[in-house]
Write a protein that binds this ligand. Sequence first.
Ligand code: NDP
Length: 398
Amino acid sequence: MGKVLIIGAGGVGTVVAHKMAEEPEIFSEIMLASRTKSKCDAIAARIGCKNLTTAQVNADIVPELVRLIRSFQPDLVVNVALPYQDLTIMDACLETGVSYLDTANYEPLDEAKFEYSWQWAYKEKFEKAGLTAILGCGFDPGVSGIYTAYAAKHHFDEIHYLDIVDCNAGNHGKAFATNFNPEINIREVTQKGKYWENGEWIITEPHEIHQPLTYPRIGEKESYLIFHEELESLVINFPTIKRARFWMTFGQEYLTHLRVIQNIGMAGIKPINYEGKEIVPIQFLKAVLPKPEELGANYTGETSIGCRIRGVKGGKEKTYYVYNNCSHEAAYAETGTQAISYTTGVPAMIGAMMYLEGKWEKPGVFNVEEFDPDPFMKALNSYGLPWYELVNVDLEFE
Ligand code: NDP
């Protein structure tokens, strides 16, 4: 039994609140707080659970967070606001003596830079305070790291090659929309590509490397090598990895829109002056794009995200593919959001449950693969994200 404060009332926050509200034995009191309180109230009204209250907070301001945390006194803060708020929320947790969980690594507002250094720098502070910080507990990052830890524990003596494959074969019927926060999404996918090989990072031009990959129940989809934050911690936590890459599918229509958006300067993150007012192009773009949480109603098809791993077990080469497919329609029917929010929110809820049940509780700052994957993997099957394994199959990579 524990009290949890969720910060952020977007698509992911909606799913976290839904899933927690269904488990009152574990989450005895839930508070959903965000910058716009009316969004929290609308979610709470839809869920209709008496243990769920709402509040307003600007998570950029540490004293505001501290006041809210002191008044509610949660056991854990679940941060599903934006990556920009990670450090202020971690600071507030340290000041109030509360543990922390998030789903995306910190990014400075004025620089699209994905690395864990800022949050790892809090390790000693969390250790000294006897508090736990669980980083990147969505699907990817999140389940991708847990799948890898599970493979290392049960299937391999050494993992040598890791490919995380993320396919969204859904159709929302819009010419262009992003499946989670547009600003964060566009910053992520327009970055240079980067992967780990033989002890160093190899940088590529954006979307330079691509190949068709075949996804279970979906078929062949063109998949693009991009950098994704979990690669950074996985190559450290599994040092036998010789090569680690991340692949994501994009449709031609999406890539064409993205190219135009970049070419005309709408993906810019530096403020410009427009008629005497400073605006950030990508933030303005976000305001006119479809809202991710509103895509769900007509979304068909499914996602397929997994890890394809090659390594050795008992002196023999082995391949292993572990994955989940998630239907947009089923996610919407259950929570009113599409599969991208669902596949992020469910792991965040399970991570919170792992902490409250004492299964993932230790002082310091950790990426998810540093915890025991077994109870988490079991919970994925019970809470809507069942996983499947294929052993010694063709992984399609040379
Ligand atoms: P949304 O944009 O839909 O929601 C973000 C929410 O955070 C909004 O309610 C927003 O409030 C709130 N917020 C923003 N700034 C502040 C602030 N300063 N103080 C308080 N609240 C604030 O995003 P998503 O739900 O799609 O994504 C949430 C997080 O999940 C993101 O960090 C994203 O990167 C991460 N994510 C992780 C994935 C994974 O697999 N690991 C996959 C997908 C997303 P307002 O409504 O007022 O703007």
